[in-house]
Design a protein around this ligand. Structure first.
Ligand SMILES: [Zn+2]
Length: 272
């Protein structure tokens, strides 16, 4: 079981790995550990008022920022050809890219939630980023997967990245009667709707409930996006607008939010 104390203990040691000649292996280890750490920090920071815990989270966050800087240095060195002591530089670059994305996702939790809250508010620009929180729960309500994704600009959509995530597929395939909850700042586009339907149809018997919730409908004036949502609904996926309760479940206490009225207004409009 990963705890905050364990994170505080392990993180400083990760930095040493970057000095190892096995950059690729080092990155894989860092990546694997960070996935665990991210879950612990998210779980702990939810509504914590505990001074000691807050301090530990601060220490962990500062360690993560150091690791992020070191990753950037390694990426530069690899690009400049100064650190190329691996059999397969291409796969190493992929590991580094993945690592940087994982760190970026983790460190920008604040940005993530702010974007979710503000997408589609009147008089605000629509964000170019799609953010996605994926939670998988077992039959007895135990959370077995909790991960965040964002789209790669001009590349994979957040939903596609989730569908390619091995840990996500394992969480669903290795259990029975799971409940999947996706929270995103946009409803799925037509292409992602197709992919989500094909994922769901293959596992219909394993999935007890599949919910997709969002504060804003993505380009709903386009017919193909509308029909994508209709088909999701037809195969049995629950689509719904965000509300105070669903915000709380992703870690936002609605009572503390500044723009509360405008957000409630928008969420209400979307639920119609
Ligand atoms: Zn999409």
């Amino acid at each position: 079981m990963w705890t905050l104390d364990l994170c505080e203990f392990v993180l400083p040691g990760l930095k040493g790995l970057f000095y190892s000649p096995q950059v690729e292996m080092a990155c894989s280890v860092v990546h694997a550990v960070l996935k665990k750490v991210a879950v612990v920090v998210r779980r702990t920071s939810k509504g914590t008022r505990d001074k000691e815990k807050e301090q530990k989270i601060k220490v962990c966050t500062s360690e993560l920022k150091d690791i992020k800087d070191m990753t950037s240095d390694v990426i530069h060195a690899v690009k400049a050809g100064k650190k190329n002591n691996t059999e397969d530089p291409v796969s190493m670059k992929l590991v580094l890219k993945e690592l940087q994305l994982a760190l970026g996702t983790f460190l920008s939790n604040e940005e993530f939630l702010t974007t979710l809250l503000s997408t589609g508010l009147p008089d605000t620009d629509l964000p170019k980023r799609t953010y996605l929180i994926t939670v998988v729960k077992t039959d007895n309500g135990e959370e077995i997967y909790n991960e965040r994704f964002r789209n790669i600009p001009n590349g994979e959509h957040a939903e596609e990245r989730m569908l390619n995530d091995e840990d996500f597929l394992h969480a669903v395939d290795d259990h029975h009667n799971v409940k999947i909850i996706l929270t995103s700042n946009y409803s799925p586009c037509s292409k992602c709707a197709r992919k989500l339907i094909s994922f769901y149809k293959k596992r219909e018997r394993k999935i007890r409930k599949f919910i997709i919730q969002f504060p804003f409908l993505f380009k709903i004036q386009e017919e193909e996006n509308r029909s994508g949502l209709r088909r999701l609904n037809e195969v049995g996926v629950t689509l719904r607008a965000m509300n105070a309760d669903s915000w709380l479940k992703v870690g936002i206490d609605f009572m503390d939010v500044e723009d509360k009225e405008r957000i409630t207004e928008r969420d209400k409009k979307n639920s119609l």
